[in-house]
Design a protein around this ligand. Structure first.
Ligand SMILES: C[S@@+](CC[C@H](N)C(=O)[O-])C[C@H]1O[C@@H](n2cnc3c(N)ncnc32)[C@H](O)[C@@H]1O
Length: 328
């Protein structure tokens, strides 16, 4: 287990920072911050009780229904078919700089065992933004991805001999039981339709002690990118795509997992506000698919006006949640 930043309580995140904490606020106490202009840096706060309290804290509020059976709950997202939308522009719209990629790999290293190699799964690997870098840092990785188009694009990216991409979903992975040391789900959990089945499938494929790295948003611990507030009801619409944190935790802890850590990762800035606006125009975020044409028009108009005031200002950074669960 990496110990460098383990349980370190840091100050408000700065670009390229990792903040892994032992605690959470109870659901409903998620931070709320006002929309900020493009030129201000957004910081996040997540703090509270010790990890050992997390399960206790959330046990009373289960997603298991009255008879104890797990049920699917969660955000109200219009499902996205990446074979018909987003795939053309995803790699460009969501490109990471090498520096940003390295910050994520370092954050993953903090919450993974120290031994190498580790056998990894990149579940919902998309265009392979992370898959080769995971292989380089930790060991062989299987990218599991349902979209043919996204997988095809992944195959056109620089390859790593330790990477293979397979058709599959979080609910049904074409890999043997007890075969992986970790699974990364980077912004793919909210796309999973049958979360109960996915949690059971992750339980099957990971070895005991295996870790699930969920880079997910949560309706009550939701990041606040600077541009989101320019869209009508932007924060509310975006937050509604995601489950509350306690719901995700309860789903996994009720079938034998424990919370290993919860924290935030703050990527270095990806460029100027003007650059970010151009990327947002590609609409490779599920958020945009939830908006009406009118709200899209209003939002982009407001955003253009805000950016026009200082297009060369660095795009502000913000803290992104990372929940790590361990299979007992
Ligand atoms: C926002 S993209 C994230 C892709 C990649 N993880 C990244 O960070 O670039 C979401 C991905 O999840 C995939 N996805 C959708 N439903 C899924 C499911 N049930 N199981 C696994 N992945 C799924 C989509 O096809 C898409 O490639």
């Amino acid at each position: 287990m990496a110990t460098g930043l383990k349980w370190r309580l840091a100050a408000a995140p700065t670009a390229g920072s990792t903040r892994i904490e032992t605690g959470l606020r109870p659901a409903g106490s998620g931070h709320r911050e006002a929309s900020r202009p493009c030129s201000s840096v957004h910081t996040g706060t997540l703090c509270g009780e010790a990890t050992t309290n997390i399960v206790t804290m959330y046990r009373s509020d289960t997603s298991g229904g009255t008879d104890g059976r797990l049920v699917n709950t969660g955000g109200a997202m219009r499902s996205i078919d990446y074979d018909t939308e987003q795939h053309q522009d995803y790699a460009r719209g969501r490109a990471l700089t090498q520096q940003q990629l390295q910050v994520w790999i370092s954050a993953f290293a903090e919450v993974l065992p120290e031994r190498r190699p580790l056998v990894g799964l990149d579940v919902g690997s998309g265009t392979g933004r992370f898959t080769p870098a995971l292989a380089g840092a930790f060991g062989p990785v299987t990218g599991v991805e349902p979209s043919v188009r996204m997988r095809e694009i992944a195959q056109t990216q620089p390859q790593h001999p330790g990477v293979r991409y397979l058709a599959g979903t979080a609910e049904d992975m074409p890999v043997p039981s007890d075969s992986a040391d970790y699974a990364l789900m980077f912004l793919s959990w909210h796309h999973v339709q049958d979360k109960v089945r996915a949690a059971q499938e992750l339980t099957r494929v990971l070895r005991p002690g295996g870790r699930l790295l969920l880079r997910a948003n949560f309706s009550d611990h939701h990041p606040r990118p600077w541009w989101l507030g320019h869209f009508p009801r932007g924060y509310e619409v975006d937050a509604s795509l995601f489950q509350p944190l306690h719901e995700v935790i309860e789903m996994f802890t009720s079938i034998g997992w424990r919370v290993a850590s919860f924290g935030t990762v703050t990527e270095p800035s990806s460029g100027t506000c003007g650059d970010m606006l151009e990327r947002l125009r590609l609409r490779t975020l599920s958020f945009f698919a939830q908006l009406s044409p009118d709200d899209l028009e209003v939002g982009f108009r407001r955003l253009e006006q805000a950016v026009a005031a200082d297009p060369d200002a660095p795009s502000p950074v913000f803290a992104e949640p990372l929940l790590t669960l361990e299979l007992r």
